[in-house]
Structure formats: C-alpha cells, structure tokens
Design a protein. Structure first.
Length: 321
C-alpha cells in the first residue's frame, strides 16, 4: 500500500499561485518599442504565437506537481514481518522412557501424551524466547536446538515416541547435554537467561553422569533447572502400592536447589498445567511478537520525471527569449 511520509509538504502546492497573486508584475527595463505595422498581423498568426505560452504553462504546472509529489515522500509499505526479539534461552528435557506409557494422569492417555498436550501450550506461549527440546531415556538426544521457531519445536515434541531413547532414565546425562548446548551457544550467552525444564516420572538408573554432579556443573555454567515429577500420587493399599512409586523426588529437589530453580509435582493433567503456569510466572516470556512493514521509497520516480520534463521546458523558454 502507498504511504505518504511528509503530508505537510502539500502546503507548498499553492505557492506559485500565491506568488503570482501577491507579488507585483515585472516592469520592462526600457520603453516599449512602437511598431506601426503590428496591426497588420492577422488573427491566425496571433493565435499561433499564443500556443507556446500555453504549453509552457502546462509543462511548468506538471513539473511543479511532480516536485510536490516527490517532496511528500511517497513510500510503498510491504507485508508485515515479525521482528525477532531476544528473551530467555529455554531448553525442555522430556523423559520418554518406558514408564512414560503408564495411563494414570488423564483417562486412558499415557503420561507422555498428557505432557505433549500441556507442554505444547507452554511452548507456543514463549514468544520472543529461544526454545530447544531434549528427549532422554537410556541416552539423551537433542531433538530441537535452541530456536525461535516455536511451531517446529512443538512438532518435534508431538512426534516423540516412548522408548525412542531407550527404556531407562539418564537424568544426569540429559542435564549434561543441555550444558553442552549452552557452551556451544556461548556467543549468545548475554542474550537471555538460560533455563532447563526437566520432566521425568522416575529415578536416574542409567547414564555416565550422576544427577547431582551434573546439577553442580549446570550451576557453574549459569543454567537454572526447574524439575517436574509426573505420575499419579503413590498410594499403599491392601493389594499393594499404586501410582508412581518410582519417582525420586529427593534427587529432583536437589537438582533444583543446587541450580536455583524449583521442584514441582504433577499427579494429573490439571496439576501439570498449573506447574507450567507457575514456571511462566517465574520465567516470563520476552513478550508478544513485534512487527514492522518494510518501506520502499518512491520519491525518485516523480523527481526523475520532473527532471526529464525540464528539458523541453528550457527549450521553450530559450525559444521565447
């Protein structure tokens, strides 16, 4: 669409007319020459002598209008484009071990399906942040590096499958992979806070790095970790124990405490939503996306046309002199 940057320049449009009306007429510097044969000139020749003056006025008017059109700075506004904003660097580490297929958080949905649904809403709301995704089981895998393409991160999370990283749980190695990604992204160290949200339903029983040692290393590298334990609350009854009895809450609390984060317990889908809402409050997103319209200056077109028309105008002026 066309946009006018300097509309106020239109005030100059009547300037030639005002000058003609207000300024006195130019008087000849000497006495006019009397031509006794002037009356012999026919009406047809007089009309022909008037034509150059008419075309000259038209050309001067067009040139003035073109100059005004250039002075108001017409611009073409392109389609709105989003402006990348710099916020937090936030990595999600999601447990995809075998126990995540247990359907004890919402109807017949598995724990992973509940996490995928709730975490999807959390990811899509992180406007202005860089978000990454780690899937871990026996081994951790970087599924999505830190990026502002939130839709892609969400897609990778929805495509996650139980057991794709092994059936056991390597919490320490997952933290270690997050630390490695932060070090590799050291050029952006000052562009936002570094946060890891680690979600699991069990205890660390695999991997090379002990969880608490990994947490100390994370704290040294400025990585704050929020831990989430999922699964139905453990209950003891006549027929034995029910719910999630494998969760190592003490370790998860220790990881959060060492790194300056916080531990949350989510026994159902509603509780998990509340957990992510609480993390949103503790680590607010950078804000809504900002937009701008690219501008292309168009003033050179009327200005160039005015310069081209000035050539015949000068020729007419020289012919009248």
């Amino acid at each position: 669409m066309i946009h006018i940057a300097w509309v106020w320049m239109l005030l100059c449009l009547p300037l030639p007319w005002l000058m003609q009306r207000l300024l006195p007429a130019v008087t000849p510097p000497s006495t006019a020459l009397f031509l006794p044969f002037a009356t012999a000139i026919g009406a047809e020749q007089a009309e022909l002598s008037y034509q150059p003056a008419r075309w000259l006025r038209v050309l001067l008017l067009i040139i003035w209008l073109l100059l005004i059109a250039a002075a108001i700075r017409p611009q073409w506004l392109g389609e709105a484009e989003s402006v990348p904003t710099t916020g937090r660097r936030l990595m999600l580490a999601v447990d995809v071990s075998g126990s995540m297929q247990t359907p004890d958080m919402a109807d017949d949905a598995s724990r992973l399906q509940v996490v995928q649904h709730v975490a999807s809403q959390f990811i899509k709301a992180r406007h202005g942040d860089q978000v990454g995704l780690i899937l871990f089981g026996t081994q951790p895998y970087l599924q999505a590096p830190l990026t502002m393409d939130l839709d892609t991160v969400d897609t990778f999370l929805q495509e996650a499958m139980i057991g794709v990283a092994g059936t056991e749980t390597a919490i320490g190695d997952a933290i270690g992979l997050a630390i490695k990604r932060i070090k590799n992204d050291s050029q952006n160290r000052d562009k936002g806070k570094m946060v890891l949200i680690l979600l699991t339903d069990g205890a660390s029983n695999a991997g090379m790095m002990p969880p608490l040692e990994a947490a100390k290393l994370a704290a040294d590298n400025g990585l704050r970790i929020y831990t989430i334990g999922v699964g139905a609350a453990a209950e003891s009854g006549f027929f034995g124990s029910a719910g999630n009895t494998d969760l190592d809450e003490d370790t998860l609390k220790g990881i959060a405490q060492v790194t300056g984060g916080e531990y949350f317990r989510a026994s159902d889908a509603r509780a998990l939503q509340d957990v992510y809402a609480k993390i949103d409050q503790l680590e607010p997103a950078a804000g809504t996306a900002q937009w701008y319209r690219p501008r292309t200056e168009l003033f050179h077109w009327p200005l160039g046309l005015a310069l081209l028309l000035s050539i015949p105008t000068l020729l007419l002026l020289r012919g009248r002199s």
